[in-house]
Ligand binder design. Structure first.
Ligand code: CIR
Length: 253
């Protein structure tokens, strides 16, 4: 169960965030409303939400998931792989001091984004991506082992982050899309294959029995409901323009 979540308000500078040009720039006012609704959805699942103020100097800083990985025993501060985002880890470390006694860090030359980490109980899958390098994953897994956890790496070919294409919904249920579908690492999960035309919806979040799903992906929503979960739809259209999904917008612990 999760009891807490941390989010950061998007700043006006989000229009300068990293994203594919063809999707256009996010509408800031609309993004704020969507962020409000996201916070309400998290609260509905029973967690207390800490809302951090916007950081205008970091256009992508609402995507807090990339700055840290939170486990029961330790908070691991990431070393985000995009240069314009790397400094986001500093204020997040300060925030996490209020919640954690044990704080560890992945350091240069290692890089890692939290979006590349998927937690399955005490085991962690770590994507090797344009953001997370082998040294970052090595340090990360070394820290995990110090606290009784373990992990393995998953090389990525196309996706931005591991959780761009995967979401663990507990009870062995795994939403899976694109390049991960045939990966033998995931063969023992109950795989819910996300159709190509809904691939963005592979990034959902399980929260205390609920599943937050992005608005506008009916096949994925139905597949999740057929598994017995109650879904909460949240519109993330403006964050999608920056390659961001539901999981990217919070740290859950
Ligand atoms: C970035 O490119 O870093 C942001 N525009 C999007 C980050 C999305 N985060 C995530 O998937 N965890």
């Amino acid at each position: 169960m999760f009891t807490k979540a941390i989010v950061r308000r998007p700043g006006k500078s989000m229009i300068h965030g990293i994203g594919p040009e063809h999707l256009g720039k996010p509408d800031y006012e609309k993004a704020l409303k969507q962020h409000d609704a996201y916070i309400e959805a998290l609260k509905k699942t029973g967690v207390e939400v800490t809302i951090l103020e916007a950081l205008e100097e970091f256009p992508d800083s609402c995507f807090v998931e990339d700055t840290a990985v939170l486990t029961k025993k330790v908070a691991i501060i990431c070393n985000p792989g995009a240069e314009s985002r790397n400094g986001e880890k500093i204020p997040m470390k300060e925030t996490l001091k209020d919640f954690y006694e044990n704080i560890e860090e992945v350091k240069e030359p290692g890089t890692i984004d939290g979006g590349d980490v998927m937690m399955v109980g005490d085991f962690f899958y770590v994507g090797l991506s344009a953001r997370t390098n082998e040294e970052g994953a090595r340090q990360f897994i070394e820290i995990l082992r110090k606290y009784g956890y373990d992990g393995t790496v998953v090389p990525l070919k196309e996706m931005l982050h591991l959780k761009t294409g995967l979401a663990y919904l507990e009870n062995n249920n795994l939403l899976i899309s694109g390049e991960f579908i045939e990966n033998p690492l995931f063969k023992d999960f109950n795989k819910i294959i996300i159709p190509e035309d809904e691939s963005y919806a592979a990034n959902c979040i399980w929260m205390n029995g609920y599943v937050l799903v992005p608005a506008g992906y009916p096949k994925t929503k139905k597949a999740i409901e057929d598994l017995g979960y109650e879904t909460i739809e949240v519109d993330t259209s403006e964050f999608r323009k920056l390659d961001g999904g539901l999981s990217c917008l919070s740290l859950r612990f």
